[in-house]
Design a protein around this ligand. Structure first.
Ligand code: DER
Length: 232
């Protein structure tokens, strides 16, 4: 489909422009776009010697089924580059992540990486967070704390924050790869992502917040006409 082609073009350019000369450890994000990053990585010289860090179960499956070497962040904390998707990116390269409920491990690997490169289709390319992504800021919380966190998010300005429920076939809430719950909290247009992130992160029981501030090195957005827009 045109959107899949757009994702593929963005990923191929992102890998070509950010593949290190002598890579040792590379992080692989979660979602439907990052698949094309692995597709391109498989064409790179020396990729068979690189250790790949996953950002969740789906990411681990992608690494293993692609025949790539699997590592974990406690053994390989020095990450050359991480490629990951996003739900929305603003003009300051702040972004919302967590649509796939993998935001904790994504932020950990992204933090460990010298460079965090985002790949997405052009829908995710906004001037300000909240323009496109209307499902709210994903927040990973300890299950026993979610009822106490909801009203505190309302006090911070959230509109109707909700526990993310499982898709059909999963009764009850989504449980993350780390055994936690996800709350989605809408704040409308987010003029000050960093300030909002800091306030939410301090709430008791919050494990991680799907606002990534001052972490992204570059973002590649594929359009359906085959062009790629780069923000860096
Ligand atoms: O959860 C995340 O942040 C993922 O990276 C994800 O939302 C991006 O998903 P997509 O590549 O399928 O749009």
């Amino acid at each position: 489909s045109p959107v899949e082609m757009a994702k593929r073009m963005a990923c191929h350019m992102a890998v070509d422009e950010n593949y290190p000369k002598h890579p040792k450890v590379i992080g692989i994000g979660s979602g439907s776009t990052v698949i094309y990053v692995v597709e391109r990585l498989l064409t790179k010289p020396g990729v068979e010697n690189v250790v790949f860090l996953p950002t969740g179960f789906q990411s681990k499956e992608l690494i293993v089924t692609s025949g790539l070497r699997l590592g974990d962040p406690d053994c390989y904390p020095d990450v050359d580059v991480c490629f990951d998707g996003a739900d929305e990116v603003d003009d300051s390269l702040q972004c919302i992540k967590g649509g796939g409920a993998c935001l904790f491990q994504e932020k950990l690997i992204g933090f460990l990486a010298k460079r965090l490169v985002i790949v997405a289709d052009s829908r995710k390319n906004s001037h300000m967070l909240g323009e496109y992504w209307k499902k709210g800021v994903p927040i990973e919380v300890m299950p026993m704390a979610y009822t106490s966190i909801l009203p505190q998010l309302v006090a911070l300005g959230a509109l109707d924050p909700k526990l993310r429920m499982g898709a059909p076939g999963k009764a009850g809430p989504v449980v993350t790869d780390n055994g936690n719950f996800i709350i989605d909290a809408s704040f409308g247009l987010i003029k000050n992502p960093e300030g909002l992130f800091e306030k939410i992160k301090l709430l008791v029981g919050v494990v991680e917040v799907g606002i990534f501030c001052n972490m992204i090195s570059a973002a590649y957005f594929g359009s359906q006409d085959g062009s790629v827009t780069v923000k860096k």
